[in-house]
Design a protein around this ligand. Structure first.
Ligand SMILES: [Zn+2]
Length: 240
């Protein structure tokens, strides 16, 4: 078992927060508080931090090891259940050896944090919209992904071995996933998108949602963008 200093715990938790904000929040994955009202670390946060050590090079961790770690803060802890709950119920992509996961060989009672960039695969997230509205929306789109056209329940157009599942995707990822901001996308399109774009209601990209996308554009394009912004902001220093 590793001992973690308060600095290390805070540092890892901060990193988790950044990933959560960027990749997981919009799926309804719940970020545990680091510290509770009594100013103690919460068990959920401790388990998450412990599993996220050296991310992305996380390692398999046994329940016994997690329990020993938690007992440093909660000496009476009998058996740590947090890792399982963080996965299935709260949406963190933590796999366990007890659940017959298809991701890797894990012994019974072992856990591993797979990634902080995707939610737990079976996680349904929060239901902001009423089911009736969502069904109505799916119907309006002919039960097809607005971006690639793959049909719900049928083989995906580009991945024939994958059955298409439709997800509520953002029109504008910088706004909440509520009525008026939802289009149906298949998992493949929704995942690839990474919240980079704003769409119109026909699933066409109309603008950037994530300014970092510009970094992978060609230099010529970046120069033209720079010119546009230089003119718009009169060459102002962005750090002022
Ligand atoms: Zn699609």
């Amino acid at each position: 078992m590793n001992q973690l200093s308060d600095n290390e715990i805070n540092g890892i938790y901060e990193m988790i927060c950044k990933y959560h904000d960027k990749y997981l929040k919009q799926h309804g994955v719940k970020l545990p508080k680091l510290i509770d009202k009594e100013r103690n670390y919460t068990k959920d946060a401790l388990v998450l931090v412990y599993l996220a050590q050296d991310y992305p090079k996380t390692r398999k961790t046994s329940k016994g090891e997690l329990t020993r770690f938690i007992r440093q803060y909660y000496p009476d802890t009998a058996d740590v259940q947090q890792a399982r709950h963080l996965g299935a119920q709260k949406g963190w992509f933590i796999v366990s050896g007890t659940r017959g996961n298809g991701h890797m060989a894990l012994e019974s009672g072992e856990y591993k944090l797979i990634t902080l960039e995707k939610p737990y695969p079976a996680f349904k997230g929060h239901r902001i919209e009423e089911t009736g509205d969502w069904e109505n929306l799916e119907r309006q789109y002919g039960y097809r992904c607005v971006t690639c056209g793959s049909e719900k329940g049928k083989p995906h157009i580009h991945w024939p071995n994958t059955i298409t599942r439709l997800q509520k995707a953002h029109i504008d990822p910088n706004k909440p996933l509520i009525r008026g901001n939802i289009i149906p996308q298949c998992e493949k399109c929704n995942r690839a998108d990474r919240n980079n774009w704003v769409y119109d209601e026909r699933g066409r990209v109309i603008k950037l949602a994530n300014p970092n996308v510009i970094k992978r554009s060609d230099k010529e394009v970046r120069w033209k963008v720079y010119k546009i912004l230089y003119q718009e902001f009169n060459g102002r220093n962005p750090n002022e």
